[in-house]
Design a binder for this molecule. Structure first.
Ligand SMILES: NCC(=O)CCC(=O)O
Ligand SMILES: [Mg+2]
Length: 332
């Protein structure tokens, strides 16, 4: 295509007024594009602020339901739940993940009982919130995370969550073959309507620090997660990860972290044409809040611009700790 040249071509013409900018806008952002991650803790009437995530708290099960009501009122379609497991319930094998009465199951059931299909509940499948060593799976004597043995436990964890009423199972562990194993078990156990959103391209990132505070695994984790999470240097490998999870029965896939990996979001969208989600992770949230605290930027503008960028890159939606704030801004 040939286009006109200056002065016939003046690209500023359509930018001159608000109504005109609205007419040529290519990307939209609405509350329905947001998924709100929430942290659950023990107790009643409890709110525990997380210092490395200013503005984010853990909530006890009774108060999580109020947060879910806030989300519904703001037009957010889905919550993502993560538990803060007390140290005395953490074990080498993470067996609390299989307890039908654990925090995740109680929170899921409470939200579903109160709000039914007014909101979706997405549950995290991985063992890091339950293990005494903070790794996402079972480890051998050298500390190496075992794949197939871990997958067996993840299947039990996913079924445990489905029985509690989870709408979307979201495996974040990066074991090979877990999507197929979970999908098969869900079918066999009568959960054919339960979706799987796979953390398909999850990178071994330095941006997860505050999340580990939030679920209580920061001090426990020795070493890193580089033997199962992806190398930040790799993009082609992300496409292989996504292809595998789609072939095994994932309904949607996720790229994580978010902003530094928008090239991966775009590549996945272009190659597979499936719903792609991005996780604007805890370190990204903390960076925005630190910028605001330092007087280096305006929170509302930073939040909306970053979320719009995910949509421009091809994301169907974004998991973000700013979800409620952003949804309220978008509703104004
Ligand atoms: N499985 C969920 C996460 O690891 C979240 C990471 C973050 O928000 O930093
Ligand atoms: Mg994989």
């Amino acid at each position: 295509m040939t286009q006109a040249a200056f002065p016939d071509l003046r690209l500023r013409r359509t930018r001159r007024t608000g109504w005109s900018r609205a007419m040529v806008r290519e990307t939209t952002l609405s509350p329905s594009n947001l998924i709100w991650p929430l942290f659950v803790c023990d107790g009643a009437g409890a709110e525990e602020p997380i210092s490395s995530l200013p503005g984010v708290s853990r909530w006890s099960v009774d108060r999580i339901v109020d947060r879910a009501r806030d989300a519904v009122a703001a037009g957010i379609p889905c919550l993502a739940l993560f538990p803060y497991t007390q140290a005395d319930r953490r074990t080498e094998d993470g067996s609390e993940a299989l307890n039908p009465d654990n925090l995740m199951c109680r929170a899921t059931a409470a939200i579903k009982q109160a709000l039914g299909d007014d909101i979706g509940v997405l549950t995290d499948v991985a063992l890091d919130p339950y293990t005494s060593h903070g790794q996402d799976g079972l480890i051998d004597a050298t500390g190496y995370v075992l794949n197939d043995e871990t997958v067996d436990v993840l299947v039990g964890q996913a079924l445990n969550q489905a029985r509690a009423g989870a709408d979307i199972i979201a495996p974040s562990d990066m074991m090979d073959g877990r999507i197929g194993a979970i999908r098969e078990a869900l079918e066999v156990e009568g959960f054919c309507h339960v979706q799987i959103m796979s953390y398909a391209a999850k990178y071994a990132s330095a941006f997860y620090g505050p999340f580990r505070d939030a679920v209580g695994s920061r001090g426990l984790l020795k070493g890193d997660k580089k033997t199962y999470q992806m190398d930040p240097a790799n993009a082609e490998e992300a496409l292989r990860e996504v292809a595998q999870d789609l072939a095994e029965g994932a309904d949607s896939v996720m790229v994580k972290p978010g902003l530094p990996y928008l090239d991966i979001v775009r590549a996945v969208k272009d190659h597979f044409a499936v719903p792609v989600y991005a996780y604007q992770v805890s370190g990204e949230y903390a960076m925005i809040e630190a910028a605001v605290a330092a007087g280096a930027g305006d929170r509302d503008a930073l939040v909306l611009e970053t979320l719009l960028a995910f949509r421009r890159a091809g994301a169907s939606g974004v998991l973000t700790y700013h979800a409620l704030h952003a949804a309220r801004l978008l509703n104004e």
